[in-house]
Design a protein around this ligand. Structure first.
Ligand code: ZN
Ligand code: ZN
Length: 378
């Protein structure tokens, strides 16, 4: 099933502020709460869906990655960049929500809520290569849309590279407290959104984010032997971190194209080669193409049947982590001659006569088959 758009799930516009997203999520979470939906079987999955959407959209980095790449940004075990929510069972999904709805009321989740510089998201890039390129390895230049550190402010987010200053509202704690009846209520600081620091003059080039969006050309070395599903990790080539945090990693996911001639099974290649009835009967040499672009001569033994396999050692694919190459297997497909001239037909009939003389057993076998069919007809 196609995944629904996270904004749609929460019922907000793409331009919605963090506050609007939070409000929309709380409303959904209340609506879909299991206590109120005992007889609505869909509520549970919708509840999970809303929870997963909010996990991403409440997080500045994950939201940015989602805005750019959609659901693809979080697919396929991306290490640090992947979402934590969405895979848990119902009870853990529920406890996440519980934390979020009541956590700050109960005095926070412990561990201090300050976040300053943060690591950039991991990125995924899908790259298709031909079987020939997978065989030889190749250098490829790819254009990766990503965000890079802002040059104007060196990633600090402040105009002219000035250091951010401690937030005056929360004194750098990222949280503020207020007395409410018996309770002390702790909330994320509204001035600095929990960062603990503010930028007095935000950099104009990056609006204070410390990073800008840009296509980056990267030269990637694709090693010989890659297969569909091979991942190549380029450390530090993912999204730039927030406010000078370390960059994420870039993962290149390889997909090897189908080849019109060769079928691949790990390091071995398979190929069907047509041979004439005469070559198969008498034996002879044939030339077959190989994945390295060359040709190899193969000896066909006389009397070869269709489906016979022959092995060319070392003519398969190289192993990705060294250790030699696989083999190439050739399967013979004996071709029955068509569009015969009358002379050729005559020769084949004569050939058949001789075959019967040659092999009295087959003659008697065919006779018995013929008499069987004749008896069926009458
Ligand atoms: Zn800047
Ligand atoms: Zn603050």
């Amino acid at each position: 099933m196609a995944k629904r758009d996270f904004y749609e799930v929460l019922g907000v516009n793409k331009g919605a502020s963090a506050d609007e997203i939070k409000k929309a999520y709380r409303k959904k979470a209340k609506e879909l709460h299991p206590d109120r939906n005992a007889d609505n079987p869909e509520a549970e999955s919708q509840f999970k869906e809303a929870n997963e959407a909010y996990e991403i959209l409440k997080d500045v980095e994950k939201k940015a990655a989602y805005d750019r790449f959609g659901h693809q940004a979080f697919e396929g075990g991306m290490g640090g960049g992947g979402p934590r929510g969405g895979q848990g069972d119902f009870s853990s999904a529920f406890s996440d929500v519980f934390d979020d709805l009541f956590g700050d009321f109960m005095g926070g989740r412990g561990g201090g809520g300050r976040q300053r510089a943060s690591r950039g998201a991991d990125l995924r890039y899908n790259l298709r290569v031909s079987l020939e390129d997978a065989f030889s390895g190749i250098q490829k230049t790819i254009n990766v849309p990503t965000s890079v550190q802002c040059d104007s402010c060196d990633g600090s987010g402040a105009e002219g590279g000035a250091e951010p200053t401690t937030c005056p509202t929360c004194s750098g704690m990222g949280k503020v407290r207020a007395q409410q009846g018996f309770f002390t209520v702790e909330r994320t600081c509204p001035t600095c959104s929990g960062m603990g620091q503010i930028i007095k003059n935000p950099c104009k080039a990056c609006a204070g984010h410390g990073r800008v969006e840009k296509d980056r050309a990267l030269s990637v070395n694709i090693p010989a032997g890659v297969e569909t599903g091979t991942r190549i990790r380029l450390a530090g080539e993912g999204e730039a971190g927030m406010r000078g945090g370390p960059s994420g990693d870039l993962y290149i996911f390889i997909e090897v194209d189908q080849h019109e001639l060769f079928e691949r099974d790990s390091v071995n290649l398979f190929c069907r080669v047509p041979v004439s009835m005469v070559s198969a009967s008498l034996g002879g040499d044939i030339e077959v193409p190989t994945i390295d672009g060359g040709r190899s001569r193969v000896k066909i033994p006389s009397g070869s049947q269709s489906g016979r396999q022959m092995r060319l050692r070392g003519k398969g694919m190289p192993a990705l982590r060294g250790g030699g190459s696989g083999d190439m297997f050739i399967e013979l497909a004996v071709e029955t001659p068509v569009n015969l001239t009358s002379r050729q037909k005559e020769l084949l009939r004569e050939f058949e006569e001789l075959s019967e003389d040659n092999d009295p057993e087959s003659k008697s076998f065919f006779k018995s088959v013929k008499s069987f069919w004749d008896s069926m007809k009458s």
